[in-house]
Design a binder for this molecule. Sequence first.
Ligand code: 5RP
Length: 236
Amino acid sequence: MPELSPDDAKRLAAGKALELVIPGMRLGLGTGTTAAHFVALLGERVAKGLDVICVPSSERTRTLASLYSIPLTSIDASPELDLTVDGADEFDPNLRLIKGGGGALLREKIVAMASKRMIVITDSSKSVAVLGKFPLPVEVNVFGLEVTKRMILAAARASGCDGEIRLRKTPGGQAFVSDNGHYIVDCFLGAIADPDRLADRLAAIPGVVEHGLFIGIAKAVISAGPAGIEIFGQLD
Ligand code: 5RP
């Protein structure tokens, strides 16, 4: 196979996921560069007459999907979806994910969990034995930020990991604000020995709106790399 760039790999994975789409489906659309490939390919099919209705997981994806004239609805108007296709920052052998690098984790999790199937598309660099090299994004309430950061650190330590919790900033140095009006903190933990325990502890913190650990949500990961396409889990 000729040299495959990470972007080519993302598009390849997106193309494989597109094979799962059938007319009449209600789709959840993920966020990020890999999900953007899926939106673009889906847009080409919609232009040729494919009938689908989609819920975007971010304002960015809404704008992109609108450019392709993909029919959109809201999660409230369509609370049951057939399939969500989204990217990930990391996935492990148990199909546990870190998501939220693009700051859309809350809507992404709501949309994924409203779906019968969530299929993840990635380039092969996202595959890890242990989650946590990628800083774990956590969406937090603006009120009580310092208290919440301390509680997140305590939760990490109680779950067997440690590190630094940083408020996400925009390139201009302002606090990054999510589509939902919240802050994001990135947890530089290095390795998350027990993601399930950490997820439970984070979910119990009042200032945590949602965390970027997706556990038991993805049905399969389509990973593309120099060796071609690999499927982890079940696509159907
Ligand atoms: C956005 C996400 C993305 O899926 C994740 O960051 C991967 O992004 P990309 O496809 O650009 O590598 O969780 O919140």
